[in-house]
Design a protein around this ligand. Structure first.
Ligand SMILES: Cc1ncc(C[n+]2csc(CCOP(=O)(O)OP(=O)(O)O)c2C)c(N)n1
Ligand SMILES: [Mg+2]
Length: 789
């Protein structure tokens, strides 16, 4: 699908690097040192200085931070522009905050409260930190992949000219830990990026060859490099710094280079830790006899100098990095920088395999402080210990390109939701909520509302089977280039038109639910990131929410706003199979912050929820919306919802048949089980004429309301009309715990029916019988409740 691209390795395509200005480099080096100090001190202070109340370690990652100080310095203080968007590897949070502090965007109180409530966060957080984090990170692999989807979204916004004038196109940048490439989602994202021909994307890999537990496999990166090259990236390897490059050119240099190239990661790391004498001993023993080596070692007869030479990797050499960034900035080819670094560089535990969570002792910290020229009591001073004039430093920081704009977030205005929001009519065969969802989008696609123009749909290869086909036929698929529908051109009859262009409004993804959620996360942040509000709608099969759950959680944590239609759901998909039956997703819907879960039975309910949902996605205190939908066609009630009923549907439920004041019983149902509940209710009325029937459209909204205000909540009002001591049968095609809490709202006795085991194929009557969801099971539960009085 993607066009062939000129591959990166052709050096002729890379503009020659021009040497950076020496004064500029001097400033960067001085600030790099300061940033190393501040980030190390921030962690030390949180762990060893700040009083602790609970006996728990605070943590923080001095080694991981030190590993990336040079890279982050070169990025933030040199290469980045304010329109660029960045994901910083989670454990470099202190480095990020130290840089923002120097730029005047983070205050010292927050640094002093690193990892404490309200202070600088453990991992960069766009919702909890004050210093303009673009992408939250924490769960390794997700931040980096987010930048790729953000790049697709930026293209989407820019090619459609949705952003206001003056919003510049930026580069999406991730600083990535090398072990993040153990997460499969990164490779899933790379494949998707290749299909979509992503541009303006940089991944800077902090290649310290260490993860949390250990030193990573030798030559791992040759394999990873191939993956990059195979998916259209330019790979820039930054291995040796200027000192080593110079030494390689001298007598003995060729042997030195070969030795260091072949040195296993574990030995290199161990020698970094042990220092100059150990380097000398190893090199003497292994290459001492080769021509020029003895002289070379003699030239570095001071152990510290030899250590400095041998640890001079390009990832700690600001000049090499700046040159590489400048060269790559000349075009928009996605570029991966593999920057060799040393975990803990500049700190006493550099290279030690156990240094991931290592923290310097008081004595080590004092020695480090002295080495930095920082006097006791001046630890937080922005410029203490720097041998440059303060006005000069301030001038430099003021001119940093990244710092030209602050804050860097946009707040585009809301898109109105049309008053005549579609309510599709069902024919005599009834309609499923999945079909209704497709019809609503199809109807919106036929109009010319601003809302429809801002909706972007996306799906991991289940566009047609989740009923998005009609919308896509009308609004087209998005691609950076025009691509005709070959089947249509060849006059092959198909219900689907599959033409692609920059004006298309559906982003088709391969089957990878992580990618779906990261795409939704990025599209749902198009407003703050790119100045153009988008209303993303994603579809998938309900059980596969669990496949991408961490990415869904991540999307919500970033306060991204989207609508998720998950269908089919539950055992109601019936013959389509046991493996695809979702059970726990309603509990996810309740448990996931930032996501409101709905499971309507009828199309008019769904329409009211979607109408509200597009507003909720844009409200300041709003959030995302999860629609759990079904493929079961239901005949629709003859009615027109008034505003009050619509409000009740959005709040989570309404009485279809209110209970009489003295009745013993009510039935509460969710979604596709409406007919079974209605049938059971009809039969019960013969014995219990006042029995109530309660439609629950959102267990989540009911529960949230109840938590917020136990007595004044909607659910408390609803159940207030059921006599105290009456019994309540609840029924859902999902885990029964979704509704069993209803008994606590007003102390009603409860029987909660649902599904709590896997999982087989069958038709609906058989399955509802097998799992105890049919009218008979509801009647049995009702009888047990009545007898149990
Ligand atoms: C999904 C996920 N699994 C596990 C962890 C725990 N963890 C934190 S850092 C880390 C290793 C990271 O190594 P690397 O990416 O190389 O970072 P660096 O060496 O730069 O510290 C692990 C396993 C996590 N944060 N996220
Ligand atoms: Mg690492």
């Amino acid at each position: 699908m993607a066009q062939a691209r000129i591959l990166p390795l052709n050096p002729a395509r890379r503009p020659a690097a021009t040497a950076p200005d020496p004064h500029h480099l001097k400033m960067l080096r001085a600030l790099e040192r300061k940033i190393l100090w501040l980030s190390s001190w921030m962690i030390h202070h949180a762990n060893q200085v700040r009083p602790r109340r609970d006996g728990l370690k605070v943590g923080g990652h001095q080694a991981s931070s030190a590993s990336s100080v040079t890279l982050l310095t070169a990025l933030y203080l040199h290469a980045l522009r304010s329109e660029d968007r960045v994901a910083v590897k989670p454990h470099a949070s202190p480095v990020f905050h130290a840089i923002q502090y120097l730029l005047g965007r983070q205050n010292v109180e927050n640094l002093k409260r690193f990892r404490a409530l309200g202070g600088a966060q453990s991992y960069p957080s766009r919702t909890k930190d004050v210093d303009d984090v673009d992408f939250s990170t924490g769960s390794v692999g997700l931040g980096v992949a987010s930048t790729l989807f953000a790049s697709i979204v930026q293209d989407y916004v820019q090619l459609k000219k949705l952003a206001p004038a003056g919003v510049k196109r930026g580069r999406m940048v991730a600083i990535v830990g090398d072990a993040e490439f153990d997460e499969g989602n990164v490779f899933e994202a790379m494949l998707e990026g290749w299909k979509h021909d992503v541009r303006d994307l940089w991944w800077v890999i902090d290649y310290n060859r260490q993860s949390l537990d250990s030193v990573v496999s030798d030559q791992l990166f040759q394999t990873i490099e191939r993956a990059f090259e195979g998916t259209g990236w330019r790979v820039v390897t930054l291995k040796y710094g200027k000192l080593l490059e110079e030494a390689f050119r001298q007598p003995g240099g060729a042997a030195l280079r070969r030795w260091i190239d072949e040195c296993p990661n574990a030995i290199y790391s161990a020698l970094c830790y042990k220092g100059g004498a150990a380097w000398r001993e190893h090199m003497r023993a292994e290459i001492g006899q080769e021509q020029g080596v003895a002289e070379l070692l003699a030239r570095y007869n001071d152990d510290d100098a030899l250590h400095r030479l041998m640890t001079n990797l390009a990832g700690h050499d600001i000049e090499s990095i700046v040159e590489a960034f400048d060269a790559a900035a000349a075009d928009d080819t996605p570029t991966c920088f593999i920057a060799y670094t040393i975990k803990g560089f500049g700190l006493p535990f550099a290279g030690h395999k156990d240094n991931h969570a290592g923290i310097m002792s008081d004595a080590q910290m004092s020695a480090f402080r002295d080495g930095m020229g920082v006097r006791p009591g001046e630890e937080w001073e922005r410029f203490a210990g720097m041998d440059l004039a303060v006005p000069e430093i301030e001038r430099f920081l003021k001119d940093v390109p990244f710092a030209r704009q602050f804050p860097r977030r946009y707040a585009p205005k809301s898109v109105p939701v049309p008053g005549d929001f579609p309510v599709p009519a069902a024919g005599s065969k009834g309609m499923s909520t999945q079909e209704g969802f497709g019809r609503i989008l199809y109807d919106l696609a036929g109009g010319s509302s601003e809302l429809a123009a801002r909706i972007v749909t996306t799906s991991p290869d289940v566009t047609v089977s989740t009923n998005l086909g009609g919308w896509v036929n009308r609004r087209g698929l998005f691609d950076r280039r025009d691509r005709s529908d070959v089947f249509k051109a060849e006059k092959v009859v198909s219900a689907q038109t599959w033409a692609m262009s920059p004006s298309g409004q559906h982003v088709e993804l391969g089957i990878a639910e992580n990618n779906l959620f990261l795409m939704l996360a990025a599209a749902g942040l198009a407003g703050p990131l790119f100045g153009a509000r988008l209303l993303p709608v994603g579809t998938l099969y309900d059980p596969f929410i669990e496949r991408g759950l961490d990415a869904l959680n991540y999307a919500c944590y970033q306060d991204s706003r989207f609508m998720l239609a998950a269908t089919p759901a539950g055992i109601t998909l019936a013959p389509e199979g046991g493996a695809h039956q979702s059970i726990a997703t309603p509990l996810i819907g309740i448990g996931q912050p930032g996501l409101s879960y709905f499971e309507p039975a009828y199309i008019d309910e769904l329409s009211a929820i979607m109408e509200w949902g597009f507003g909720h996605m844009q409200a300041e205190e709003g959030g995302s919306v999860y629609l759990r939908l079904s493929t079961r066609p239901l005949s629709q009630p003859e009615r027109r919802l008034d505003a009050r009923r619509k409000a009740e549907i959005v709040e989570g439920g309404y009485w279809v048949k209110p209970p009489s004041p003295d009745t013993d019983l009510a039935i509460a149902y969710v979604g596709a089980l409406a007919p079974e509940a209605a049938e059971a209710h009809r039969q019960i009325l013969e014995d219990v004429p006042g029995a109530g029937l309660l439609a629950i459209t959102s267990p989540d909204r009911l529960h949230a309301g109840w938590q917020e205000d136990p007595h004044g909540s909607h659910v408390s009002r609803l159940l207030g009309s059921l006599a105290p001591g009456a019994g309540l049968v609840t029924v859902i095609d999902g885990h029964p715990a979704t509704l069993s809490w209803l008994g606590s709202v007003r102390g009603h006795r409860i029987r909660a029916l649902g599904v709590d085991r896997f999982g087989q194929s069958g038709d609906i009557p058989d399955l509802y019988r097998e799992y105890g969801l049919d009218a008979e099971a509801i009647l049995d539960a009702a009888a047990a409740l009545c007898l149990g009085r």
